[in-house]
Unconditional design. Structure first.
Length: 302
């Protein structure tokens, strides 16, 4: 580094995240990176690659596939895994998928419990993983603001917000008993703007659904849903064309788009800077019941 060089805020965030990732590799026996295919996962993957460059990513990536992800997300996942030569694990709760579990039939809470939470816990157990790295950020949702960077989970994979360890002076406690695990969040101190600024700086490839374009949509209960194989119009609804994009991506039946003309990263950054509410206002899963996300996290959801 040149004398007098002043590190930028984005570089400071990058450095902190890489330090956390290396701590995980040094302290745990069998870590895994949880890969949701979204923008945060794409940034996290780049940070992991930088942490171990010029070597390969030393641990696998795991995607919990509910079978209701957008087709563009699955195509992107498979292409990136092949392009980056990544050891990708795809885990699904096949027994409940075969039962036709769908939020419109069983409710979002029950669908999420079996297709996301249970699938995640089963996937971590089957791989005997003791540390799971994820892309959650504290500012995106109120229950996630309570998370430590090293978030302790008991032998059932459950999170107790009142039983977490202090992290004074960025010292992380990795001590666990057999059966226990830790969820690690290297992006804890990042914001949505930081994510997009880093994507621009690093020229990171992301799912095209983040960019606005004319798409077939259905308006339902305050949400704009993509009209696809998972969402068909109900009585009184109709498919229409609109220029929309997504701020956050999850399952198609539960992820809402919004009307936008943002077709470039710069457009998106300007739009996010002007936004008055969190990106998760378009995620139906957060609002089915009061405290819904925190309850799910206590059961083992990420």
């Amino acid at each position: 580094m040149e004398k007098g060089y002043k590190i930028s805020f984005l570089e400071a965030l990058e450095s902190e995240s890489i330090h956390i990732i290396r701590e995980v590799w040094a302290e745990f026996e069998k870590p895994v990176l949880l890969y949701s295919i979204g923008k945060d996962s794409s940034v996290l993957l780049r940070l992991v690659q930088k942490a171990f460059y010029p070597g390969k990513v030393p641990f696998p990536l795991m995607h919990v596939d509910t079978s209701y992800k957008f087709t563009e997300m699955i195509e992107f996942r498979d292409r990136i895994a092949e392009k980056e030569d990544i050891n990708l694990i795809v885990h699904r709760n096949e027994s409940y998928i075969k039962k036709g579990m769908h939020p419109s039939k069983f409710g979002m809470d029950k669908c999420c419990k079996f297709l996301k939470t249970q699938a995640l816990l089963d996937g971590l157990s089957s791989g005997d993983f003791d540390a799971a790295i994820g892309g959650a950020r504290r500012e995106e949702e109120k229950s996630r603001a309570k998370e430590r960077i090293f978030s302790f989970r008991d032998e059932f994979g459950a999170w107790d917000p009142k039983n977490q360890r202090p992290e004074l002076w960025s010292i992380y406690n990795s001590k666990i008993n057999p059966g226990e695990s830790v969820r690690i969040f290297p992006l804890s101190n990042w914001t949505e703007i930081d994510i997009w600024e880093y994507i621009k700086k690093e020229n990171i490839e992301i799912v095209p659904l983040y960019f606005a374009k004319k798409r077939d949509i259905i308006r339902r209960g305050g949400l704009i849903l993509l009209a696809d194989e998972f969402n068909e119009p109900r009585e009184g609804e109709e498919i229409e064309k609109a220029s929309v994009r997504f701020r956050t991506l999850g399952c198609s039946p539960c992820s809402g788009a919004f009307e936008s003309e943002a077709k470039t990263i710069d457009d998106i950054i300007g739009e996010v800077m002007a936004a008055a509410r969190s990106e998760r206002e378009h995620r139906a899963i957060d609002y089915e019941t009061e405290g819904s996300m925190e309850d799910k996290k206590k059961e083992g959801y990420f």
